[in-house]
Structures are given as C-alpha cells and as structure tokens.
Design a protein around this ligand. Structure first.
Ligand SMILES: Cc1cc2nc3c(=O)[nH]c(=O)nc-3n(C[C@H](O)[C@H](O)[C@H](O)COP(=O)(O)OP(=O)(O)OC[C@H]3O[C@@H](n4cnc5c(N)ncnc54)[C@H](O)[C@@H]3O)c2cc1C
Length: 406
C-alpha cells in the first residue's frame, strides 16, 4: 500500500461503508481516508445480492431510525439516481391480504405508513386493483405508490467513484485480518500489508461482529446469516407482474415474506425466503463453514431464538427444499401462478444481528467505542437508506472522534 498512514479507515465496501466513506471524503476533504474491501470489487455481498427495491418506509415503527432514514433515504436515492444517470423507476407496490385475519394488519400498516409521513397510500377496490395488477389475488389490497426499484450494484460503483474523486482511496482485494491498538495509533493488518490509522469505522456487514472482536471489543450482538433464495418468472409469464406484489408481513419478524419484484432490467423474481445459512457468505444450499456454524451454535442467543421461532423457521426450511411449497405461498398472491413458471435464480445472505436474550435486533444499530465506530445492524431497508445512514454515521464519528473540518 503506497502511503502507510491514514486518519480514518472504513472496513467494508458494501453500500453502507461506501456511503460512509463518500460522506466523509466530502465533509473532510483533507482527511487521509481509506476504504478496504476484501473482495475484488465493491458491492459483492448483501449490497449486490438484494431485491433492488427502493422501500417507501411503510413497515417500520414510527420514530425508529429505520422509519426516519428509510423515508428520507428513498427520496435521496431517487435524487441520487437522477443526478448521476443511474436507472430507477417508481413502480408502486401492492400489499395483499389473503385471508380475513390479515385485514386488521393491513389497516395497521396503512396507519403506520401515514404516521411515517407517506403520501398517496390507498386501500384498493377490486376494480382499482385490476388496473394496477390484473393478475393479483387476495381479498384486500393496500397500494403504496412511492415504492420503486433500482440497481444497487450500480449505486455502489458510483459511490466508490465519488470517494476516489473526492480524494479518498478504495482498496479492493484487501482483507483486514488483525487490528492492533498501540498508544498513539492503531495498526490494521491486511492481506496486502499493514498500515496505521487514527480511527476505524467497521462496516463489515456479515463479519461486523468479528471485526469488532478483532479490535478487542465484545460486540453487543452476534451476526446470524439468513439466506434468501429467489426464483425467476420465465419470460413468457413476466406479464403477470407489473410492479411489486407483497404479502402482509408478520411484523414480529424482520423479513417480509416471499413476494414478486419487477427488476429494473425487466425480469421478475419471486422470493426471497429466509433460511438459516450454514455459512456467512454461503449462497448455495450446500455451502457450509465449520467456523461459522460453530460460532452460531455456541451463541446462547441462537438457541433462545430457535426455541421461540422453530415453527416459522421450520416452515421456511421446508419452502427452501420443496419448490411446490414455495410456489404455494406465492399462489396466495397470484392464484394463476404454476410451478413451471418459476426457475431458480440465486440468493442473497442477510446479516441479522441477534442479542444474547434471543431477540432479533430490529432497528439500525451503530455504536462508538474508543477510536472505533461499529455498524452492527443495517438490514433491509439499509440499501434504500444508505445515503442518510452514511450521513448519520459521519456525524456520529465527528462527535465521537472529535474530527475537525480543517
Ligand atoms: C436477500 C436480500 C434482499 C434485500 N433486499 C433489499 C431491498 O430490496 N431494498 C433495500 O433497501 N435493502 C435490501 N436488502 C438489505 C441491503 O442489501 C443491506 O442492508 C445492505 O446491502 C447492507 O450493506 P452493508 O454495506 O452493511 O453490507 P455488505 O454489502 O454485505 O458489505 C459488507 C462488506 O464488508 C466486506 N468485509 C467483511 N469483512 C471484511 C474484512 N475483514 N476486510 C475487508 N472487507 C470486509 C465484505 O466483503 C462486504 O463487501 C436486502 C438484503 C438481502 C440479503
């Protein structure tokens, strides 16, 4: 590495780390800023394996960081895409109640969305639904007009280009393997040599707890990986979905249930489910890491979570191994869907933070300890909210580290 000293190092070239580094390099142009990413290019994990949805903010508890940063982030993401000529589209979303007992939950969502300041939310009549999503089933429908789609891999590339243009540097194929605190500096040991830094911002996604431990901090949470598997609608059946069609979620869980998503490139996918992954970056069902599994199973919070949610976890696992069960869940949203309409199409792995008491961390969570800021929980909608998340983390770093603008 050319210059062996820097002021701030951001670990992780996903959409969150990139946004943090982009905001830092803009606000503090004289800072020697370095972002390190272990893969050959940025956005290779969660940020490049997601649904591409610009979420509106309807699902999140009013007053939470998620609600505030998602609503703000959706508008900021659209403005960013417009400014830099990146593809995006506001296509709207229909949330579908498929049985009587989901109707009160649909109404609660409507109230939540209004409390979060969303405009244009509307319960649809069957006739109105036919205009928007003619092939959609169900018995009651909520239309969320502000939801959109984009390509977050392209957003990541643009954030990286802006960091470099603003004087920061992005080092790919550089894995952080050790963090050593010395009296006046901290040494970062990487696969491409060591360098020293004054401050560290840990945005390592699926490895953020490990990076904290590397630096001698006991994280408040353990990262548990949940794989989300997708199917693609075959081209002849893509006309079944115009925009986005989602079920009414169970708000006890951070996952939204399998749904239909039109992608910015025109294809339509179905999913993702949420199954425990046996490897943190394991995209195939057969992927297994003894270290990852041992750590998950050794964490007391995991067994408490398993005891609470074994029934829904089992159902997700069954849908993962039986395509017919996956299709059956989707047929509640679209009765004319056939098994042969879907072909497997990859997966993503979510970093879900789990507390020692077995509860899933719902809101975004960042914490400053000494000369390090840890980003421990940034699940969906963090891609949507990445711009304000980056700004908030930089403000936190400015206060926590005492950074000065000159
Ligand atoms: C299946 C799925 C669907 C989703 N759908 C949506 C959606 O539609 N809309 C939305 O807003 N959000 C969505 N999300 C959530 C969103 O993608 C994530 O919240 C967001 O990408 C998190 O970004 P990140 O930068 O924290 O993590 P990541 O993108 O995982 O980045 C972390 C980076 O850190 C690097 N790293 C780790 N350890 C080290 C180390 N030791 N040294 C150097 N580098 C390291 C990794 O290689 C990785 O690139 C989805 C997520 C998933 C998984």
């Amino acid at each position: 590495m050319p210059d062996q000293r820097c002021d701030v190092v951001v670990i992780g070239g996903g959409i969150v780390g990139l946004s943090v580094a982009m905001h830092l390099s803009r606000a503090f142009p004289k800072l020697r800023l370095r972002l390190v990413e272990k893969e050959e290019s940025v956005g290779q994990h969660q940020s490049g394996h997601n649904s591409g949805v610009i979420h509106s903010g309807i699902y999140y508890k009013p007053g939470s960081l998620k609600a505030r940063l998602c609503v703000e982030g959706a508008a900021a993401m659209c403005a960013f895409c417009r400014e830099y000529g990146l593809p995006y589209q506001i296509c709207g979303k229909v949330i579908v109640a498929t049985c009587e007992e989901e109707i009160p939950r649909l109404h609660s969502l409507l109230e939540r969305g209004r409390a979060n300041g969303l405009a244009g939310l509307k319960l649809l009549t069957r006739e109105e639904l036919r205009e928007i999503e003619p092939h959609c089933g169900g018995i009651a429908w909520l239309f969320v007009p502000g939801t959109g789609i984009t390509d977050y891999a392209k957003v990541c590339e643009k954030y990286a280009a802006l960091i470099t243009a603003q004087g920061g540097s992005v080092h790919t194929s550089t894995e952080v393997q050790g963090i050593v605190h010395r009296p006046r500096e901290t040494v970062i040991e990487t696969t491409r040599g060591s360098f020293s830094t004054r401050y560290i911002i840990n945005c390592a996604g699926l490895h953020s707890d490990r990076v904290s431990r590397m630096a001698g901090t006991t994280p408040a949470v353990e990262i548990v990986p949940f794989r989300g598997e997708y199917y693609d609608l075959i081209p002849e059946r893509r006309h079944l979905v115009h925009g986005l069609i989602y079920p009414v979620p169970d708000l006890r869980f951070p996952f939204l249930g399998v749904h239909f998503t039109r992608r910015i490139g025109g294809d339509v996918d179905a999913g993702p489910n949420a199954v425990l992954a046996l490897k943190r970056e394991g995209y195939r069902k057969t992927d297994f890491s003894l270290r990852d599994v041992s750590e998950t199973f050794a964490y007391p919070g995991f067994w408490k979570m398993a005891a609470k949610y074994w029934r829904s976890g089992g159902a997700e696992f069954y849908r993962s191994i039986r395509k017919s069960a996956f299709v059956k869940a989707l047929q509640k949203l679209m009765p004319e869907l056939r098994n042969s309409d879907l072909v497997p199409n990859g997966s993503g792995v979510r970093a879900q933070a789990l507390r020692p008491d077995g509860s899933l961390v719902d809101d975004f969570q960042f914490e400053c300890t000494g000369n390090m800021l840890h980003v421990w929980n940034v699940p969906s909608p963090a891609a949507t909210a990445s711009l304000p998340i980056g700004r908030e983390i930089v403000q936190m770093a400015q206060q926590g580290f005492g950074l000065e603008r000159s």
